[in-house]
Design a protein around this ligand. Structure first.
Ligand SMILES: C[S@@+](CC[C@H](N)C(=O)[O-])C[C@H]1O[C@@H](n2cnc3c(N)ncnc32)[C@H](O)[C@@H]1O
Length: 300
């Protein structure tokens, strides 16, 4: 299967500060690269619970008695951990975004370069696809999505072009969508704008920002004090949420204070600035280019 190199593997492992007999969560199993490394740092008594909402990831499950893979959304992390008898964990890792496998399979619809059904669901048990969305959302809804989640400067024009194209014929494939907006892709920036458009649809289809928020909040609930939360994000909307949450325990980034003026925060960032991949890694793994890694520790 088309799973590739795990991004910032050493940095993630260092961030988790693994205790050999600890219990860890890999919230985004994918090809299992990070999980494999976590297991190699765990002893006999250690445990790793992994999540992936994409059933394709199950084919990569690791044959190890210390390991459990759940085909679930990490937004339900806390209840599934409880269901598996886990009440607290020593570390949570989340490597957000799309796996190389999802990108490489045309019919999943993630790649702007491959022609395939415009699907974009990570979890195919879910009903709504990107095809449904682009053919049924109102022009206003599309504009909002493209502006908010794609950060597209010409969101309105693109939404209008999508609505015009779908009156002629249903938008079914990734290339149908590309053709519908082709006049609104600035010269030399075609791929960048298309990527922003697909990102917007993907975030909406998968409810990615809400899932991230829930996962972050539940991580605080399940982490032991001193436990680590390690999150890698691939675009600024995600990174902003992570950054604010690590700093303030909320998504606005405003630190609340108690009566005496002491900050009330559940986490402490371990590194002040987001970590990015080294030059060496970027040479061999282009997927690492936009990755930002943040590490926080649960306070008691
Ligand atoms: C970037 S890949 C992870 C790659 C992995 N770290 C590795 O080493 O192979 C992200 C994975 O997380 C999954 N994913 C994304 N959002 C999720 C969510 N809300 N719940 C569960 N899995 C999710 C995707 O299906 C994808 O397989």
């Amino acid at each position: 299967m088309g799973y590739h190199l795990p991004v910032m593997l050493n940095e993630c492992i260092e961030g988790l500060n693994i205790r050999p007999d600890g219990t860890y969560v890999d919230a985004t199993f994918g090809g299992g690269g990070h999980s494999r490394a976590i297991l190699s740092h765990l002893g006999e008594g250690g445990r790793l619970i992994a999540f992936d909402q994409d059933a394709d990831a199950l084919e990569n499950a690791l044959d190890d008695s210390r390991f459990t893979l759940l085909n679930e959304n990490f937004r339900h992390m806390k209840s599934f951990l409880r269901l598996h008898g886990v009440r607290s964990v020593d570390g949570v890792l989340a490597d957000l975004g799309v796996s190389s496998h999802q990108f490489d399979v045309a019919e999943r619809g993630f790649s702007t370069r491959l022609n395939g059904e415009l699907d974009l669901r990570m979890d195919r048990r879910q009903e709504t696809t990107a095809r449904d969305l682009v053919n049924s959302a109102s022009e206003e809804e599309l504009t909002r999505m493209l502006r908010l989640y794609g950060e597209l400067p010409n969101a309105y024009q693109m939404a209008k072009a999508i609505c015009r194209a779908r009156m002629e014929k249903e938008i079914v494939t990734t290339f149908d969508l590309r053709d519908a907006v082709s006049r609104h892709l600035p010269r030399g920036m075609e791929n960048k704008y298309l990527a922003m458009l697909f990102q917007a649809l993907r975030i909406e289809v998968n409810g990615e920002l809400d899932a991230l928020k829930e996962m972050l909040q539940q991580s605080v609930d399940v982490l032991v004090s001193g436990g680590r939360l390690v999150v890698m994000s691939y675009h600024s909307l995600e990174d902003r949420l992570v950054k604010n949450f690590f700093k303030a325990g909320n998504f606005e980034g405003e630190v609340n204070k108690d009566f005496y003026g002491n900050p009330i925060v559940p986490l402490k960032p371990v590194v002040r600035k987001a970590v990015t991949a080294s030059e060496e890694e970027l040479q061999v793994n282009s997927r690492a280019r936009s990755a930002k890694l943040r590490v926080a520790e649960k306070l008691s």
